[in-house]
Design a protein around this ligand. Structure first.
Ligand code: SF4
Length: 327
């Protein structure tokens, strides 16, 4: 049984807008509002939801690229939310990120060799020059980039190759946890599967743990073990992917899954059409935040926030409809 690598406990990230002459009193946006989950070493944990649901902010909170409003983040037995800047800088060797747009995240003035070497200079300065060069070449080979391209610049590569370089850079300092924020969304469909397969192979090879953030449920299904669905800053459903995709409980998850094209007519789901758009996070509706779009909303839903409860072993749902399913 793998040990817990990461525990996210009641994490909140609120942004308060400035008071303005025209905009009125300051508003609080609850980008992440009381999120908790535990991640085992070696897991690939998916976080899905529409744009603006807080999934990327949650990833940034875990890396402490943004400060939490409250909550705890335990990484390998240490609450990293309490670490000083310097302590966190060292911890970051073990926690790296892969961004959505490799074109934007790679410095265009640096060669591929310099880009992959940079984390070694920051985190592994004890290595000799020769060892660093050897490590850069090893990483390039690992991600399928020819080592004769070391002196080339990012613009000389395709989107898929740039993302491979981003992965090599993230792996350079031998991290344990990788936060992958929409890592294949900017890529052509034809190269997505290649990059996903590479990530799965590297995970096996190095015993990595991933948090995989995406708006695309098909991509998450391809690679993840457990999946959390977020809506307006909260997790509304969390389960093993096979359970979540086969028998979703939350109406929002059902609607998201019903929108995935299904070539097999036998497995086709009833289409659930959501009403309206995601509400303004600065003024979320009272009660269940989903009630304005939910086809099953009742009076209670308009007043009372449903708690995330375990409805069967390992399957958590925040919906009044599922209460009493497991006592
Ligand atoms: Fe829909 Fe009510 Fe469940 Fe919210 S609590 S998802 S509004 S049924």
């Amino acid at each position: 049984m793998s040990k817990d690598l990461l525990q996210v406990k009641n994490v909140k990230k609120y942004y308060v807008s400035k008071k303005g002459f025209l905009s009125g009193p300051p508003k609080t946006v609850k980008a992440v509002d009381g999120v908790s989950f535990t991640l085992k070493e070696g897991e690939i944990f998916g976080i899905v939801g529409e744009s603006g649901c807080g999934k990327s902010t949650l990833g940034r909170c875990i890396l402490r690229l943004t400060e939490l409003t409250s909550g705890e983040i335990w990484f390998d037995g240490v609450d990293i939310a309490r670490l000083s800047r310097e302590e966190m800088r060292q911890k970051r060797q073990e926690m790296q990120v892969i961004f959505q747009d490799p074109g934007a995240s790679l410095n265009p003035r640096m060669t591929i060799g310099e880009l992959i070497r940079e984390p070694l200079d920051i985190f592994m300065d004890r290595l000799t020059e020769g060892e660093k060069t050897a490590r850069v070449e090893e990483l390039m080979q690992m991600v399928g980039i020819d080592i004769s391209y070391t002196s080339r610049f990012p613009h000389e590569f395709s989107g898929g190759q740039r993302q491979r370089i981003g992965i090599a850079r993230a792996l350079a300092a031998k991290p344990r946890l990788l936060i992958c924020d929409e890592p294949v969304s900017a890529l052509d469909v034809s190269v997505r599967a290649q990059v996903l397969n590479l990530m799965a192979e590297l995970k096996q090879q190095f015993g990595l743990t991933y948090i995989f953030i995406s708006h695309d449920l098909s991509v998450v299904h391809h690679i993840c073990g457990r999946v959390a669905v977020m809506y307006l800053g909260r997790i509304v459903e969390l389960a093993e992917k096979d359970i979540l995709y086969r028998s979703p409980c939350h109406p929002y998850t059902k609607a998201l899954l019903s929108a995935i094209p299904q070539p097999d007519p036998e497995r086709k789901r009833e289409r659930v059409i959501l009403q309206g758009d995601v509400p303004n996070p600065a003024a979320p509706p009272p009660g269940c935040h989903f009630h304005l779009r939910c086809p099953y909303a009742s009076e209670r839903c308009r007043q009372e926030i449903p708690e995330l409860r375990e409805t069967e072993k390992g399957h958590w749902t925040a919906c009044h409809l599922t209460e009493g399913v497991k006592e």
